[in-house]
Design a protein around this ligand. Structure first.
Ligand SMILES: NC(=O)c1ccc[n+]([C@@H]2O[C@H](COP(=O)([O-])OP(=O)(O)OC[C@H]3O[C@@H](n4cnc5c(N)ncnc54)[C@H](OP(=O)(O)O)[C@@H]3O)[C@@H](O)[C@H]2O)c1
Length: 311
């Protein structure tokens, strides 16, 4: 990308898109295109095609999607599948038709089988059944990755796919019915501290392990990959080490400053038991994250306090 290239960030109000827009501007990219969802609904083929025909961006970061935690996915499996299939199909196809130079599709680590050897290499895709709680979302993401490959194969379109692990950071979704594990814990522990609650209930038994990457590290990496990665194969984006949900709960409760008892509700699903991505392909490119989990959660909690009404 040149500093004056036109760069469309789809999903600029979201966790990833907002961090990306900020980082692109910080680096000096001065022609970043953003459009609010009420003016451009990417599930509409007509609107997507019209936008690309008029704006003709040179580079596209596809970070618009329907995204959420286990509960949200379980409650709206059809919407997760439909919205994501429509958004990504419209954006990838319209980008190709309007001669975009390069597109980056953001998938997710949930594309991999529920039970699979760890760490999970890119090659383990489609080798066993998926986790059922977010199957619709995962199938859509797999379709997006494959679509990028098919458009490259048939049309020579430079579309790459990246599969990040769990992300967190400022501007995350803190709606307790929809959110991922870190914002959910921040919300619950903050609520308990504010209301002097002695107990907080968390889903599952705390044993699953997950990796977490701060969204500012991710944004930095996405720009690096847009400039340096042109392969057909998707690439994993993991973190230096996984944490158990129990460990994570201790870190978040201590940063929030709540000291009480955590009750583990084992009637709720744990999700995939173990998940650690094999990021060796990425590491070979020479990129490593710089934000520790503790400092990243501090920074996220500060944003939550300053920018939401709390609870
Ligand atoms: N969050 C994670 O832990 C995580 C992990 C791995 C991969 N990812 C991937 O990273 C990407 C971005 O995720 P995120 O966490 O940033 O999600 P997010 O915070 O929910 O942001 C999604 C963005 O997409 C926009 N959007 C949704 N439907 C749209 C539509 N029909 N038309 C136009 N825009 C629409 C939303 O607009 P509004 O703000 O107007 O609703 C929002 O700006 C997704 O592809 C996701 O799969 C996320």
């Amino acid at each position: 990308m040149e500093f004056n290239s036109s760069i469309y960030v789809a999903g600029h109000n979201g966790l990833v898109g907002s961090a990306l827009v900020k980082k692109l501007k910080n680096y000096g990219y001065n022609n970043v295109i953003i459009v609010d969802r009420h003016r451009l609904d990417l599930t509409s083929q007509t609107e997507a095609r019209r936008f690309f025909n008029v704006q003709r961006p040179e580079y596209v970061f596809l970070a618009a999607a329907k995204v959420g935690g286990i509960n949200y996915n379980k409650s709206y499996p059809a919407d997760f599948m439909y919205d994501n299939l429509m958004i990504q199909s419209n954006v990838i196809d319209s980008a190709y038709r309007s001669n975009v130079k390069k597109l980056m599709f953001l998938g997710s680590a949930c594309i991999y089988p529920k039970i699979t050897p760890q760490p999970i290499s890119e090659d383990y895709l489609l080798t066993a059944p998926l986790e059922e709680t977010n199957e619709g979302y995962a199938i859509a993401k797999i379709a997006g990755l494959k679509m990028c490959q098919k458009y490259r194969e048939q049309y020579g379109f430079n579309a790459i796919s990246v599969m990040p692990t769990n992300l967190y950071g400022p501007r995350d979704n803190f709606n307790i019915d929809q959110c991922h594990v870190i914002p959910a814990m921040i919300w619950k522990f903050h609520n308990a501290k504010k209301n002097n609650l002695k107990e907080v209930t968390l889903f599952g038994d705390g044993s699953p392990t997950r990796e977490f990457l701060h969204v500012d590290d991710l944004a930095d990496l996405l720009i690096f990959l847009m400039n340096n990665y042109d392969e057909n194969d998707h690439i994993n984006i993991g973190s230096p080490r996984p944490y158990s949900i129990k460990e994570l709960a201790e870190i978040v409760s201590s940063i929030v400053g709540w000291e009480g008892e955590i009750i583990w509700d084992t009637s709720k699903p744990n999700g995939t038991p173990l998940r650690q991505l094999d990021s060796s392909k990425l590491n070979d490119l020479g990129w490593m994250p710089t934000i520790t989990l503790e400092s990243g959660i501090h920074n996220t909690y500060r944003w939550f306090l300053e920018n939401t009404n709390g609870v």
